[in-house]
Design a binder for this molecule. Structure first.
Ligand SMILES: Cc1cc2nc3c(=O)[nH]c(=O)nc-3n(C[C@H](O)[C@H](O)[C@H](O)COP(=O)(O)OP(=O)(O)OC[C@H]3O[C@@H](n4cnc5c(N)ncnc54)[C@H](O)[C@@H]3O)c2cc1C
Length: 301
């Protein structure tokens, strides 16, 4: 086997695992296609020592530090095939290279689905956001819209009421909220705007105006939305990894997936999406990959 571990995905989870493995003198290959989920957001928050730094700054510094370990190699490429061999794994990439490794770590994250409304994708991560723990403080006490029309809307409104009392629900079409929730929203004076949205007008991703299909407009600075997401790759399926009921790659407490030798970390394996959680799970994966490899080797070799 060429590498002790092939890490697919070289962002927070993958780089953290690589650092642990590099420091454990393991030969590691990181394959990364360079599209982390928070790439559009100007500043990342709630990550100690880097609060308010740009995601790119955090990743660049992490990569620089990881690549100081001379057993770690970084390859900018996309893994498209992964298969189990009798004694490890083979990974093929978009550019036609093939690598083999004793173990594999999937740190491939998830891919957020953009609503097909002009301006949505451009505002995503700047003024159309999903996580109050990441961005709520910056918009505290200002008007906040909640773009949502389902059974989870009320709970999201309730969570966001911690940061602002000036809340508006945009259902983008006839309201489908449970009647009970509508009553509670009315009781708290939270308007529910049912007009269908035509466009989000913005300046460099900063939302300015919501334009409705009926010609009405409203000026609004921030929208929170829980947008669906899918896996960034199907490599976990190719390898035969089981998923949890919620649809994440199933891992044990040490980030082992259900296929021996396969590990998963970061957003692909955890519902709580945060840089700190991704780095923490990457570090755990790195340590337990080393641990499991060590147990396959001759004692005190
Ligand atoms: C808009 C937005 C803003 C956020 N803001 C914050 C914040 O302020 N604070 C915070 O703590 N968290 C924030 N988060 C959450 C945080 O960004 C994620 O939890 C974190 O990025 C997850 O790290 P990860 O390494 O698992 O995945 P990612 O960072 O998404 O990285 C996955 C990597 O895998 C690569 N990859 C995928 N498939 C392949 C393949 N087949 N071959 C090679 N490479 C592949 C991708 O290109 C990417 O580089 C935000 C998320 C979003 C979407």
């Amino acid at each position: 086997m060429t590498f002790d571990t092939i890490i697919i995905g070289g962002s927070y989870a993958g780089l953290s695992a690589a650092m642990t493995l590099g420091r454990s003198l393991r030969k590691v290959l990181i394959i990364d296609s360079g599209e982390p989920c928070n790439r559009q957001t100007p500043r990342a928050h709630n990550f100690i020592t880097h609060d308010g730094h740009s995601p790119d700054q955090i990743r660049s510094l992490a990569k620089e530090q990881v690549l100081q370990y001379d057993t770690v190699t970084f390859q900018a490429d996309k893994a498209i095939k992964a298969q189990k061999l009798s004694n490890g794994f083979e990974v093929r990439t978009e550019s036609g290279d093939t690598y083999t490794g004793r173990t594999i770590l999937l740190a491939t994250g998830v891919s957020d689905q953009m609503r097909p409304i002009p301006g949505f994708a451009e505002c995503w991560g700047t003024s159309i956001i999903h996580c109050p723990y990441c961005h709520g403080y910056e918009v505290r006490n200002s008007p906040i819209g909640i773009l949502s029309n389902s059974g989870v809307t009320y709970d999201f409104v309730r969570l966001l009421s911690n940061w602002s009392k000036d809340l508006h629900v945009f259902t983008d079409g006839p309201c489908e909220l449970p009647e009970d929730d509508c009553t509670k929203l009315r009781k708290h004076g939270i308007p529910v705007i049912e007009d269908e949205i035509q466009e989000f007008r913005h300046e460099a991703g900063q939302l300015k105006t919501i334009v409705f299909k009926n010609g009405l407009t409203t000026d609004f600075p921030t929208l929170f939305v829980r947008t669906p997401f899918s896996f960034a790759t199907d490599l976990h399926e190719q390898l035969g990894c089981k998923l949890t009921e919620d649809g994440y790659i199933q891992v044990d407490a040490f980030q082992r997936a259900t296929v021996p030798g396969v590990f998963a970390a970061g957003d692909a394996a955890h519902a709580f999406r945060a840089v700190s959680v991704a780095t923490g799970s990457g570090t755990t994966a790195g340590a337990y990959i080393h641990h499991d490899l060590m147990h396959e080797e001759e004692p005190l070799a």
